[in-house]
Design a protein around this ligand. Structure first.
Ligand SMILES: C[S@@+](CC[C@H](N)C(=O)[O-])C[C@H]1O[C@@H](n2cnc3c(N)ncnc32)[C@H](O)[C@@H]1O
Length: 248
């Protein structure tokens, strides 16, 4: 998932890209953000895309920095949220070797660390940590590898969405997929996407200087995974990981 992908996706973002805010029926993410919100604080939204979180952030923080790798996404967000005069938009590639130095009281990063490339993810985590002041807060949401594997297992066992007729990859594609899955990278809509383990998140954030306060599930309905989920399929539901952490 590189810059060109996100630029191409920008005009059709609303219909193509999963809306975490809308699908978090528990409201846990908003609750976590509001737990440290203050008009005296600044916050950065890393990978803000078309600005879905602006109506949560702008009224509750003094200053909002909205950054994304896609210039088109940022333009759409700025156009859409003209009513808020405390938002600055900036194009930043979180996987670039260097980024402009900046510090905020808090950060959110919702389903933006998705790249299949380890080096790019390492830089993303490093820059994210550098953007948060000592004692500052982080709300991070990422795809769960446990959830993804659980969905695959259910699909294969019960032939959900005719999974048994899925063609197994061959040749180079098969080799790439094996390498990828060992690193937690598996396709979402045919795009190799990093998925994370709970323990992995704990370790990565601790190494970047965070105290991890909680890691919990943001649960979604089964129709987010399958076109035709079996009617008996209830709990556990598919999930993303929500991490709440503090910069040490
Ligand atoms: C799935 S969208 C999530 C958007 C938003 N956070 C939300 O919850 O609606 C992922 C966003 O991350 C951005 N992104 C991906 N890689 C990035 C990078 N290296 N630097 C900055 N933004 C990036 C993409 O452009 C895209 O807008």
């Amino acid at each position: 998932m590189e810059k060109s992908y996100w630029e191409k996706m920008a005009p059709k973002y609303e219909t193509e890209i999963f809306d975490v805010l809308k699908n978090d029926a528990s409201g846990k993410i908003v609750k976590s953000i509001l737990s440290f919100a203050s008009k005296k604080k600044s916050i950065i939204d890393i990978g803000c895309a078309v600005g879905k979180w602006m109506p949560v952030l702008a009224p509750n923080f003094g200053k909002v920095q909205a950054i994304d790798i896609s210039a088109k996404n940022l333009k759409i967000a700025a156009q859409k949220y003209k009513q808020f005069d405390n938002i600055s938009y900036e194009r930043v590639d979180m996987s670039a070797s260097t980024v402009r130095k900046q510090k905020y009281d808090a950060a959110i990063c919702i389903n933006a660390i998705l790249t299949a490339h380890l080096k790019k993810r390492n830089l993303f985590f490093k820059h994210m940590a550098s953007f948060i002041k000592k004692g500052g807060d982080l709300v991070l949401v990422v795809p769960s590898l446990e959830s993804k594997l659980y969905s695959h297992i259910i699909a294969n066992k019960f032939n959900v969405d005719d999974a048994k007729n899925d063609k197994a990859p061959t040749g180079k594609r098969a080799i790439t997929q094996i390498r990828y899955i060992k690193d937690g990278v598996t396709d979402i809509d045919d795009v190799p996407t990093k998925h994370f383990l709970k323990e992995e998140l704990d370790l990565l954030l601790t190494l970047e200087g965070f105290k991890v306060l909680e890691i919990e599930k943001i649960k979604y309905n089964w129709n987010t995974e399958f076109h035709k989920p079996p009617t008996w399929l209830k709990n556990p539901k598919p999930w993303d990981w929500l991490v709440v952490a503090k910069k040490k």
